[in-house]
Design a protein around this ligand. Structure first.
Ligand code: TRP
Length: 339
């Protein structure tokens, strides 16, 4: 056994794609939870721009959103002094390892990925090979840093599973090259649902902007969206996670629970017997008040281009140094001439 895992803090890797606007779901389900992890773990968080181009992007928009995402990470409380913050495409090791791992991944495995099926249905005119091998690039992201834990939402668990399978397969042939990562499912807020179709995940690529809350929305727009959230005709505030008919109310209770550090059950008890209007008003206020300080920070940081550039350049350098160690090991194992 190698000793590298016992001598260092456990490492965490995660990231968000800079495609589309960042939603409340991204914040509650991902970024917010990372803040709590940064003292205890060695963290690396990236802007996954290479994953974004599996769907057609407007170049200027992608570039802009990548920096916005970085500013938002920092505004949410991710400390660049404690974590490695970098842009995926600025570390060539991701593409390089991804190629090698492609040769250790089966078509059949990739065919089973639900995200691939969903996205090909949605972008039927552009079912490209990148969309198909998306999970392989994601595996490379994680394995390059020998990550122990990968905080993700429920929808990404299948990608963590395939990453583990690929890593184990590689290790079985070449010895202990990769740390086998584990998904770290965040308790509440792991899946914030669409406000319009609450059985679907809240998605920034939803054609209906009323379905998601952007971290960049005006506060009155946020309140309006919450107040027009789809509920049900039963008129009873109760948390019933297994009842599809209650999906809208469950979602509001879950959002309120994460915003107030409570549980959906406790929030339901608090509003028992009241109307949906009252609940929505309270949720709207909690969300707006939660986002307000982040937005103030964000507005300040996004203007400081030199500061942001300093962060991502430093991040890329550190990320590259760590990733290159893994990549060199892999290249050597598979038989590439590396000197
Ligand atoms: N696929 C992830 C998502 O859409 C983003 C992502 C890419 C990621 N690479 C990763 C997340 C590596 C965690 C680790 O949310």
């Amino acid at each position: 056994m190698e000793t590298q895992n016992t001598e260092r803090k456990k490492r965490i890797f995660s990231g968000v794609q800079p495609s589309g606007t960042i939603t409340l779901g991204n914040y509650l389900g991902a970024i917010r939870n990372w803040v709590a992890l940064q003292d205890e773990y060695d963290c690396a968080f990236a802007m996954m721009d290479m994953h974004s181009i599996t769907v057609r992007q407007t170049p200027a928009e992608l570039r802009k959103r990548t920096l916005e995402l970085l500013a938002l990470y920092i505004a949410c409380g991710i400390d660049p002094e404690k974590c490695i913050l970098f842009i995926q495409s600025q570390n060539s090791a991701h593409a390089e390892l991804s190629w090698v791992l492609n040769c250790f991944t089966y078509m059949g495995e990739l065919n089973r990925m639900t995200q691939f099926k969903d996205k090909s249905a949605k972008h039927a005119d552009n079912i490209n090979a990148g969309l198909f091998t998306y999970p392989v690039l994601m595996a490379a992201d994680i394995l390059l840093y020998q990550a122990d834990l990968v905080p993700v939402g429920k929808d990404q668990m299948q990608h963590i599973e395939i990453c583990r399978d690929i890593a184990q397969r590689f290790n079985a042939v070449y010895g202990n090259v990769f740390t086998i990562p584990e998904g770290l499912l965040v308790k509440s807020g792991a899946k914030i649902m669409s406000l319009q179709e609450p059985t679907k995940k809240m998605s920034k690529s939803d054609e209906n902007p009323k379905a998601f809350i952007s971290m960049m929305d005006d506060f009155n727009v946020i309140a309006k969206k919450i107040k027009s959230a789809v509920t049900d005709s039963e008129g009873v505030i109760e948390y019933r996670p297994d009842d599809e008919n209650k999906a809208g109310v469950n979602n509001l209770l879950s959002i309120m629970a994460v915003m107030t550090d409570s549980t959906p059950e406790k929030v339901a008890a608090l509003y028992e017997g009241q109307g949906y209007g009252t609940l929505k008003g309270a949720v709207a206020e909690a969300v707006v008040e939660g986002i307000r300080p982040i937005r103030a920070e964000y507005d300040r940081i996004i203007k400081d281009k030199a500061y942001l550039q300093g962060i991502y350049r430093q991040g890329a350098e550190t990320a590259h140094r760590i990733a290159d160690r893994t990549l060199k090991k892999v290249y050597k194992k598979v038989g590439f001439v590396i000197d």
